[in-house]
Ligand binder design. Structure first.
Ligand SMILES: C[S@@+](CC[C@H](N)C(=O)[O-])C[C@H]1O[C@@H](n2cnc3c(N)ncnc32)[C@H](O)[C@@H]1O
Ligand code: SF4
Length: 459
């Protein structure tokens, strides 16, 4: 009898990157032809659009964060920002035209920290969404991000009154020393008080963000954070593995070790994050939560009528994003005001945004061809615990994912990342596949997108 030895698979790094939008913004480039928004939106379906408003201000800069935001807003900058947002909203609504129904099916305010704005400014933000864009905020799901220090009763009252259905708060850790280690200056008592105010505001869905893999965090302290969160019975919980990205405070703090020591450290940190992920997942599953994606968990008995889309990170076609860091999506083009994510450039981009009068054209972006659209659909569906329906894929593209991505899917199967017991016609990740979502997602990037992202990073 002969046996065929299969070569061992090369090791993968489980934390390559969080794929929350594809193509990533670092693959966007200036659009030489500066297409008019009117032309871009002319043939798009407009009866179930999403609206996203980006507020790029925070009270502090957390050590782990590389989101598009600056600390504070001197000299009426928020007023100038809202003025520009309003001009942009007028241009975007104008581009949607009046032929056929124009309707927003969902809205979100993100950041930065939208509640950096005062209660009065939040009223104005809602007015822009309603009066300038025509979004009926009280009739659709409206999600808003907040932070402990800015979740004040007056702001929450405005948000509740204007129809907010989901509030998402970044807590990161209920252990003060861990918050300090993540350079997230906050006290547990203030976090608890903020959660109390949110529950008093009676916004239907509360989401709490927590981070694992922080220096000094142990299984026991991670469980303590999870239990502290569970006391509030949040309808949703997001568990984020810590990433330390270039140009963040944590990165600058990082010890300068030799390459070999660094590689060893990386492996043990990866192992620690995988362990804490499994501990967190099992704890939530044992406490009445279901897993929606690697990061997202939903309380099984939460009221379903307020249900948010499968995963807030997963974005659909037909998105109007307003603000200097927001993306907009038509079927053929993803675009934004600017594509820099480098913190050194954020201030000047905000200043340029507030000085802009004409928002009628797309300045930077990336065209999404049929192949990229297939990749995007595969990524967005496969990274959900519910998996990808082959029939839906076929209905949309006329082909099978197995025929379009044979090598990628065979590779995932060889690593045990696909669930062999999934029903016929469903491509679903195994528990190990879900745990490796941040390796699996980037493995599906096209060579073109990969090259554009790498060129941006070398800049
Ligand atoms: C827009 S922020 C949350 C809203 C709000 N600004 C706050 O911090 O309270 C989205 C979430 O992404 C997560 N996050 C951001 N950067 C991260 C990183 N480098 N590693 C892990 N999680 C991260 C955090 O949990 C954060 O709450
Ligand atoms: S985590 Fe939130 S509060 Fe902290 S810097 Fe990032 S966006 Fe701002």
């Amino acid at each position: 009898m002969t046996t065929t030895a299969t070569a061992p698979l090369p090791p993968v790094r489980p934390y390559e990157s969080y794929v929350y939008a594809y193509p990533h913004k670092t693959a966007y480039r200036p659009l030489e032809e500066r297409p008019s928004l009117r032309a871009l939106w002319a043939a798009e379906p407009k009866d179930a659009l999403s609206l996203y408003l980006h507020i790029p201000f925070c009270e502090v800069r957390c050590g782990f964060c590389n989101l598009f935001a600056r600390i504070g807003a001197p000299e009426e900058l928020t007023t100038r920002y809202l003025d520009a947002l309003e001009r942009q909203a007028v241009a975007a609504r104008d581009a949607l035209g009046d032929v056929g129904p124009v309707r927003f099916a969902a809205a979100a305010f993100g950041g930065g920290t939208p509640t950096f704005l005062t209660a009065g400014e939040l009223e104005r933000l809602c007015d822009i969404a309603e009066q300038r864009m025509g979004a009926e905020l009280r009739a659709v799901p409206l999600s808003v991000e907040t932070s402990p220090a800015t979740a004040t009763a007056d702001r929450l009252a405005v948000l509740a009154d204007r129809g907010t259905t989901r509030i998402s708060i970044g807590v990161q850790s209920f252990v003060d020393e861990e918050a300090r280690a993540a350079v997230r200056p906050q006290r547990r008592a203030d976090v608890e008080a903020a959660l109390g105010r949110i529950r008093e505001a009676a916004i239907p869905v509360l989401n709490i963000d927590l981070i694992y893999g922080i220096d000094g965090q142990t299984e026991r302290s991670w469980l303590a954070s999870l239990d502290a969160a569970l006391v509030w019975r949040p309808e949703e919980l997001y568990l984020y593995p810590l990433y330390v990205r270039p140009l963040t405070g944590l990165h600058r703090l990082g010890a300068v070790a030799g390459a070999e020591a660094e590689a060893l450290e990386q492996v043990s940190w990866d192992e620690q994050r995988l362990r804490l992920y499994a501990v967190g997942r099992d704890h939530l599953l044992a406490h009445g939560y279901e897993q929606v994606s690697m990061r997202m968990f939903r309380r099984s008995d939460a009221p379903r009528e307020q249900e948010s889309p499968e995963d807030y990170a997963c974005q659909t076609d037909g998105m109007i994003g307003l603000g200097c860091g927001a993306r907009s999506y038509t079927a053929a083009l993803h675009y934004s005001f600017d594509y820099a994510v480098d913190m050194r450039e954020i201030r000047s981009i905000i200043d340029r945004f507030t000085a802009t009068e004409d928002f009628s054209r797309a300045e930077v972006g990336r065209y999404v061809d049929a192949g990229e659209a297939r990749r995007r659909h595969l990524m967005q569906s496969l990274l959900q615990a519910a998996g990808l329906s082959v029939a839906d894929y076929r209905a949309r593209f006329g082909t099978d994912p197995g025929a379009d991505f044979p090598a990628e899917l065979a590779g995932f199967a060889a690593r045990g990342w696909l669930d062999p017991s999934a029903p016929q016609g469903l491509l679903r990740l195994s528990p190990s596949g879900l745990a490796h979502s941040d390796a699996l997602g980037p493995a599906l990037f096209s060579p073109g997108v990969r090259a554009a992202m790498a060129a941006y990073e070398r800049k």
